[in-house]
Structures are given as C-alpha cells and as structure tokens.
Design a protein around this ligand. Structure first.
Ligand code: UFG
Length: 327
C-alpha cells in the first residue's frame, strides 16, 4: 500500500487533498505546524504530526511511516503579505521546500507532488497561459513558488546523475474556491469569494477592485477552480509519479478550468447563491492585478486525463454552505 506524506494537510486545500488521496486508496500521514492549519480538519485515523519542515525529526517520521511519496502544500500564500514581509516568505516557502527535499533525499523517497501557483506567471500580456508561458512572478509569493519548482527539478536531476530519481509534478493552481464539506471552508478570508461573503455577513457592500480594465465588463477575469476538483488533480499527479519508474519525470501542470469569470460575474453568482443582491461597490484598482489570468488546460487534460467538473455556482454555493456565521 502506497503511503503518502501530506504537508499542510490541516489547511483549507490540504484537508481536501487528504480526503481525495484517502479515497484513492492511499494511506496518508499529515505533517502540519498548525500555524494556519486546523487539527479538526484531519479526520480520526489519519496521523497528524505537528511539526515544522525544518524539524530534524522529519526524517524519522518519513522512515517510521515508510513514506513512498510526498505531497507538499505547507506554505504561506498571501500575495499582499508577501510584499510586506518578503523574507518571511523566503524563509517559510523556500527554506521549507529545501528542508523537505533534504529529508526526501536522505530517506530516498522517489515521488513528489508540489503545490505551485499561477502567481509564477505574474502579469502575462496574453491572459490565457500555457505551461510554457514565461514565468515572471510579480510578488515574493510567486517568486518563492517558482523557486520551489526549480528546487524540485534540480534535486531530481542530481538524483538521476547518482542513478536514482525523484519523480516530481508541480501543480500551478489558479483561483481556488468552494468547499467539499461544511467544516472544510476557507477560513482565511483573503480572496474574492470569502471577502464577498464576509461583506454580506457584516451588512457591507463587496468591493470591486477596478472596473476600467480592458475586459468585456471592465473587471478582472480569473480562472476559478473548485477545491474538490483541485484535490483530485493531486491524486492523478501522484499516480503519474508512481507510474514513473525509475524517476525520470519532472513536470509542470496548470490546474484550472480553462474558463474565465469576471469579478462582476462572480459577485452576480454570489447574489444568486445567497438569494439577494449583494450590491457591489466599484473602487480603485488593486496594484499588481493582471486584467486576465486564465489557464490553458490542454496539458493536464491530455496527460493526466483530469478535467474540472464543478462550475462557479457549485464553488460559490459550497463556500456559502461552509460559511459561518451567516447573517
Ligand atoms: N477582487 C475584488 N474585490 C475583492 C477581492 C478581490 O475585486 O474584495 C478581485 C481582484 O482584484 C482580482 C480578483 O478579484 O481581480 C481575484 O482576486 P483574489 O485576491 O481572490 O485572487 P488573485 O487572482 O489576486 O490571486 C489568487 C490567489 C493567489 C494565486 C493567484 C493565482 O490568491 O495565491 O490567484 O491566479 F497566486
């Protein structure tokens, strides 16, 4: 039986990945320092080791549980905060994966699925991006995610030179939303949908950051992906790694729906989901926002046979079901 270590498994995305990995028949062990993770998201029967990735006991955990692969999600992920505290992001995200890769090497683990981000693309001229789009991140967060991809690839190459291998897949997440269960919602309230739900809950008007972009309705277009679909992408990525023997593979995949939604469309969907007009307010543009950022998904569709199944309505309705307290 394959047993995978999941870093960040007590987080919003991690707890969904955990459930999909387990549903696929893999055993899962969670490592999470619980800095933002919530222990109750990890179901009974799944070991939760409260530990930072720099802890030298990580190797012992990997050996004790006879780990065959790692899904690495544990990281800081707020773009704005990364601009204010770049070194915090470099320490947490870059030192984090470096420590993890050291432990992976020491134990001789051969499979790694890494959580990357569409933030590696920065502000592309053409908003529909394939994996071969130049990577020009515009925030320290995006930089650290890109460095993580490079580190995994470089370590894999070095292992191959030594006659071994580290099959690794980096998944570039687009705009993750929704919830797979009422107790698994995104509690960080940092992105458009949770911010809109909070505004509504507080009797306030959601804000639209800029309505003069060169898009059909003037607001920014993003590729929203349901967290359950995203979690399933990790399972097919893990399977790809497992099928790759002796570890030749270093791959990058976009994970999105390949479909753009504008801020206004998202807020209209929120209005419908909660059954009343949210009456958004147009405010200034937020610095650094590209007008359009949508995934090209042909590669993951073809190579992994993965396709998103859930739409924006499902994302907003499930986010609202998981939202508490409601007004
Ligand atoms: N927005 C608003 N009002 C708000 C919040 C957001 O109009 O109150 C707009 C933003 O300007 C943007 C869109 O809604 O146009 C989505 O914004 P988010 O902050 O939800 O998400 P971002 O696209 O900025 O970033 C998200 C993740 C990043 C990730 C990126 C990849 O937060 O971690 O997607 O595409 F890198």
């Amino acid at each position: 039986m394959a047993r995978w270590l999941l870093t960040g498994g007590a987080g919003y995305i991690g707890s969904h990945v955990l459930r999909e990995l387990a549903a696929s028949g893999r055993e899962v062990v969670v490592v999470d320092d619980l800095s933002t993770g919530i222990a109750s998201r990890v179901p009974d029967g799944v070991p939760l080791v409260e530990m930072n990735l720099s802890d030298s006991n990580l190797v012992t955990v990997m050996r004790d549980y006879q780990i065959s692969g790692v899904v690495h999600l544990a990281a800081k992920k707020a773009v704005g905060e990364s601009v204010e505290r770049p070194l915090h992001y470099y320490r947490e995200n870059v030192d984090g994966i470096a420590s993890l890769l050291e432990a992976i090497n020491e134990v001789g683990i051969g499979n790694l699925v890494y959580s990357s981000s569409a933030a590696v693309y920065g502000e592309p001229v053409n908003g529909e991006v394939g994996e071969d789009e130049p990577t020009v991140p515009t925030s320290p967060y995006g930089e650290t995610k890109l460095v993580g991809e490079w580190a995994a690839r470089a370590v894999a190459k070095a292992r191959r030179l030594e006659g071994g291998g580290l099959s690794n897949v980096s998944l570039r997440y687009f705009n993750v939303a929704g919830a797979g269960a009422a107790n698994l919602g995104d509690t960080s309230v940092a992105n458009l949908i949770p911010l809109a739900l909070r505004a509504v809950t507080n009797g306030e008007r959601p804000q639209i950051f800029g309505s003069d972009y060169p898009t059909p309705d003037g607001t920014c277009i993003r590729d929203y992906i349901h967290v359950v679909d995203l979690a399933k992408a990790h399972v097919v990525a893990a399977a790809l790694c497992e099928s790759d023997n002796p570890g030749e593979l270093s791959e990058v995949f976009n994970v999105g729906r390949g479909q753009g939604s504008s801020v206004r469309e998202v807020l209209d969907t929120v209005s419908r989901a909660i059954g009343r007009d949210v009456d958004p307010r147009d405010v200034e543009r937020r610095p650094g926002d590209p007008a359009v950022l949508v995934a090209r998904t042909e590669k993951i569709n073809a190579d992994l046979g993965w396709e998103a199944e859930l739409d924006l309505t499902a994302m907003v309705e499930s986010a609202w079901s998981a939202w508490s307290p409601k007004p």
